[in-house]
Design a protein around this ligand. Structure first.
Ligand code: ITT
Length: 186
């Protein structure tokens, strides 16, 4: 079976492929999809899936990921991409200098689109903002988010593909998708 992921971020495609191992053949189509602003990653992912399906006309998934820091009232939230490009991890760490409450979370929404419509699956993980970047794996905010003693950039791709926000959303999608693809007689 084949699965197409549409994203401008090749790292997401790598993580989706690692999550499925050999169970699905994952194809990456790179497309810059305009995003509606919303506090709800599920709503953003739904819009991205509709846009991608209208352009590509093949069953596909998209991923929208938000990153929220409690002490900053949820910032950057849906602006995660813009803030990474402007402030970067160094800027976030400056904003968090001396701040005691370092709780943060990632939420990913995976939206699947085909001729039947759009189906959305979400996953969240909670962690803490570190005081300096740690680790060379992963991408984006991974070096500054500690989960149980190691940052997401200090763990392997295989480990991240089991515990991450993306993995939690993909597990829900996988269960739904494989059940849907089974012939009723099985
Ligand atoms: P597409 O919309 O084309 O899929 P994008 O990178 O713009 O790609 P998002 O809007 O979902 O995707 O990304 C929000 C930001 O969060 C972006 O800067 C990512 O690099 C970052 N990000 C997403 N997933 C992440 C992860 O698992 N770990 C760390 N940072 C992540």
């Amino acid at each position: 079976m084949k699965l197409t992921i549409v994203t401008s971020n090749a790292n997401k495609a790598v993580e989706v492929a690692a999550f499925f191992g050999g169970a699905l053949e994952v194809t990456h189509i790179s497309l810059d999809i305009p995003e509606h602003r919303s506090d709800d990653v599920g709503e953003i992912a739904r819009g991205k899936a509709q846009y991608a399906y209208d352009h590509i006309h093949t069953p596909l998934i998209v991923d929208d990921t938000g990153f929220s820091i409690d002490a900053l009232n949820g910032f950057p939230g849906p602006y995660a991409s813009y803030v990474l490009h402007t402030l970067g991890n160094t800027g976030i760490l400056k904003l968090m200098d001396g701040v005691k409450n370092r709780d943060a979370h990632f939420t990913t929404a995976i939206a699947f689109a085909d001729e039947s419509g759009i189906h959305v699956f979400t996953g969240t993980i909670h962690g803490n903002i570190t005081s300096s970047p740690l680790g060379n794996n992963g991408f984006g905010y991974d070096p500054i988010v500690d989960i149980d003693g190691r940052t997401l950039a200090e763990i392997s791709l295989e480990e991240k593909s089991v515990i991450s926000h993306r993995a939690v959303a993909l597990k829900k999608f996988r269960n739904w998708y494989f059940e849907r693809c089974q012939p009723l007689s099985l």
